[in-house]
Ligand binder design. Structure first.
Ligand SMILES: [Mg+2]
Length: 365
């Protein structure tokens, strides 16, 4: 089987929870790219790239689109889609970084391979070691009272894990956690995400002041490069420390682990360049005895379907994963995949297993 054509098109979804912010910025829209890869056997796959907000990724939809259509796509035409190690290596040789564009190609290849063999995507990377995964839902940084109301609405849908964006003042951050805890009750797992907002000492003070409200995980309290600062926070607070912005690759994971900077690493398909590369980062974590979870990149059912295929395949996964944010996105061209009672189960149809409206995307029918 040979790849005959790679096409990528832009698509924008919008956040139905408007006014969403994190400590480094905010936007109510998410720019995505849908990618279709065709073969000489008539089988094709569809993937999605999430270029990310520019204040997080430093990248844009236009740049990722150009890289896929002008550079990566032409380079893989003529190759066997099952030669994924060779393809990933080829793309890395063509361009340093641009992992988010590469991830879209990786997803389209897994969709394609699954369809070619009539198996769900997770069967291509070892199969499922669990049936379903508990889902953590995210909550943007709003005023404390509003945040508590919005969080309650999510818990009422059956979710049992929440991640709260924080990172303004000490007083406001502590009040956010207090009000949400009071609103959702004692049984909900609460993570807080500073998105690098604090100095190490500020982070220690805030997390300690939140102690009465039972925070389970504190994510990226300090700047991505400050691994010694992360280690200092980790030594002085009770919650698990989760590294996100500090880890984009297996090499980063090794540095975080060497510095004893985190208890858990946030694995993300767009940030790390696709499922194939994420599983290599996961292997580093498993070797070191460090935890991991699947972190979010909001956008589409197609991406979260890929996320759950990956999550069920990870042997050491024990924490809930951020794989349900498609629920708050409008204009998703995908269907046939939903979260049930706070848990996600991978679609059993071949490939990623989601129905994509190709006509809407101008990618054929
Ligand atoms: Mg994060």
């Amino acid at each position: 089987m040979r790849i005959t054509k790679v096409r990528a098109v832009p698509h924008t979804v919008h956040n139905t929870l408007t006014g969403w912010k994190i400590s480094t910025g905010g936007s109510d829209t998410h720019s995505l790219i849908f990618i279709r890869i065709d073969t000489d056997k008539g089988v094709f796959g569809v993937g999605v790239a999430s270029p990310g907000q520019i204040f997080i990724s430093g990248d844009t939809q236009a740049h990722c689109l150009e890289m896929i259509n002008q550079v990566f796509g032409p380079a893989i035409v003529g190759t066997d889609p099952f030669d994924i190690e060779a393809i990933v290596s080829e793309l890395d040789g063509l361009s340093k970084g641009v992992e988010r564009a590469k991830a879209g190609i990786d997803l389209a290849l897994y969709d394609l391979m699954g369809k070619a063999l009539a198996v769900p995507a997770n069967a291509l990377f070892g199969g499922a070691v669990r049936e379903r995964v508990r889902v953590t839902r995210l909550m943007g940084m709003y005023a404390p009272k509003e945040m508590a109301e919005k969080s309650s609405a999510i818990v009422r849908k059956g979710y049992t894990a929440l991640k709260l964006k924080v990172g303004t003042t000490l007083k406001e951050d502590v009040e956010r956690v207090q009000r949400v805890r009071e609103a959702v009750g004692p049984d909900v797992t609460i993570t807080i995400d500073f998105n690098m907002h604090c100095t190490p000492k500020e982070a220690i003070e805030r997390i300690q002041k939140m102690d009465p409200y039972d925070v389970a995980i504190a994510e990226q309290p300090v700047k991505d490069t400050n691994l010694r600062g992360m280690a200092l926070v980790r030594q002085n607070v009770r919650p698990l420390i989760l590294a996100d912005e500090s880890v984009h690759s297996a090499v980063d994971a090794l540095r975080v682990i060497e510095n004893e900077a985190a208890d858990v690493l946030s694995l993300k398909i767009p940030k790390m360049g696709g499922i194939f590369k994420v599983r290599k980062v996961a292997a580093v974590c498993e070797a070191a005895g460090v935890g991991y979870l699947i972190g979010t990149a909001p956008g589409s059912r197609l991406l979260d379907a890929a996320n759950v295929h990956l999550a069920v395949s990870l042997r050491d996964l024990s924490l809930p994963c951020e794989i349900g944010e498609f629920e708050r996105m409008g204009n998703d061209p995908c269907r046939g995949f939903e979260i049930v009672e706070g848990f996600s189960t991978p679609p059993q149809r071949p490939g990623l297993g989601v129905e994509v409206d190709l006509t809407k995307l101008d990618l054929g029918s």
